[in-house]
Design a protein around this ligand. Structure first.
Ligand code: DSN
Length: 424
């Protein structure tokens, strides 16, 4: 992965771009929201479509010269419909948060009520945290996971919905390791005459591959991001039934955004094309098997794994039982030094600040893209425990770092065409 023209024009940015390729190659990328897209997706994202303004939708643009933008956006839409089975798809949101914004703007008025999962229990900022526009514009109350099991407290959610009478119920999460019972939450939303938004940002790829149940056709709105487990170009997506199509489109543009980022829409189209290949289903299954192996290894080592395991691509560890004196931030720092990149994360019943929380969250989408299997993930679980348990011992960190070097060398990234097979 080389940037000869950037080198010619701007040596400072070129150096940082090169360093980023090296960083991704030489470390274990385990931030649960990240992945490594294919060179084809990268090329599309770096294409001439970055120059094009295309406000509007295919066939109905406000500017001339949109015939190629139309082609690309239409392909992205059709492929998304095939992947997720949605009646209507909007591929223009710049991110998952913008996708959620489009849904809120389409059916809520300021002051309306949102019922969503608490951020500390696995929710997302855009589900109504007070630091986000959603928490500032709307009246938000939050449900929680069961403190004993770590699973969504579905009965508590029903009681809460009956007392709060929300206008929209939000399901789908950012740090929740279990499959979501979409239909159960839909029945709660119906019982209180609320809309239901399912945000599958983290699990778009697992749902597309059929590895997880789909909320499409169950919930009123399904949003997602397109660069996590689905491994396409960066951005967001909204899916809904035909009855909401016009409102969603108007809410994305002109309601919430200006010109679409057509180069990213091209990256989405190419990534969706890749995800339609049978190999993608194998990839998604391996992501989940790898996460289960990681969870088992972390638990066997002595960590408290929230909910006792995982059904998804991610594992959440609450450090308070095994390492009460170590924060997620301290663990994150020591692990980064060893070449294992994940994030400190809040946990259910959080007692520390979100800036230095009590847990760590790790995902397997990126390592699975590199070719890691369950044996490697079990070893990575051992390495994570060793580093956290010896977070201030430089010799242990150096030893783990050497092993990370061996693992990354055995599973190369962005080095040759074999890393990312071309679809037939
Ligand atoms: N920042 C993403 C995550 O890590 O979950 C979501 O926006």
């Amino acid at each position: 992965m080389e940037y000869p023209h950037v080198h010619e024009t701007d040596s400072q940015v070129a150096a940082a771009l090169d360093a980023e390729v090296e960083r991704q190659r030489d470390t274990l990328s385990m931030i649960a929201s990240e992945n490594h897209v294919s060179p084809a997706v990268m090329e599309a994202q770096g294409s001439a479509l970055t120059n094009k303004y295309a406000e509007g939708y295919p066939g109905e643009r406000y500017y001339a010269g949109c015939e190629n933008a139309d082609e690309v956006e239409q392909l992205a839409i059709e492929r998304a419909k095939e992947l997720w089975g949605a009646e209507h798809v909007n591929v223009q949101p710049h991110s998952g948060t913008q996708a959620n914004q489009a849904v809120y703007f389409s059916v809520l008025e300021p002051g309306d009520k949102i019922l969503s999962l608490d951020l500390n229990h696995g929710g997302h900022l855009s589900h109504g945290h007070k630091a986000n526009f959603a928490g500032q514009l709307y009246d938000v109350q939050q449900y929680e996971v069961d403190p004993e099991t770590g699973y969504v407290d579905y009965d508590g959610l029903r009681d809460h919905a009956e007392s709060f009478d929300p206008d929209i119920v939000v399901s789908g999460y950012s740090a929740y390791p279990r499959e979501v019972e979409w239909e159960r939450i839909q029945s709660v939303a119906e019982a209180v005459d609320a809309y239901h938004l399912s945000d599958i940002a983290h699990i778009t790829g697992l749902v597309a591959a059929g590895v997880h149940q789909s909320p499409v056709g169950v919930s009123d709105f399904v949003t997602g991001s397109t660069h996590k487990t689905i491994r396409a170009g960066r951005g967001g997506i909204v899916m809904c039934g035909e009855e909401h199509a016009d409102a969603i489109d108007a809410s994305v543009f002109p309601g919430g955004q200006g010109g679409p980022l057509m180069h990213n829409v091209a990256g989405k189209a190419v990534g969706f094309r890749e995800a339609l290949e049978p190999a993608f289903r194998e990839y998604a299954e391996q992501v989940v098997d790898n996460a289960a192996a990681l969870a088992e290894s972390l638990a066997d080592n002595g960590f408290h794994v929230v909910s006792g395991g995982t059904d998804t691509h991610l594992v959440l560890v609450d450090l308070r039982d095994s390492h009460p004196d170590i924060s997620g931030g301290t663990a994150e720092e020591a692990l980064t030094e060893a070449g294992i990149v994940l994030n400190g994360n809040t946990v259910p019943g959080e007692t520390r600040s979100p800036f230095d929380p009590s847990g760590i969250r790790a995902g397997t989408a990126g390592l699975t893209t590199r070719g890691f299997g369950e044996a490697e993930l079990r070893e990575v679980g051992d390495l994570i425990y060793r580093v956290v348990d010896n977070h201030d011992d430089e010799s242990v960190i150096a030893e783990v770092s050497d092993r990370v070097d061996e693992l990354t060398a055995a599973f190369p990234l962005y080095e040759g065409d074999d890393d990312f097979p071309t679809p037939e």
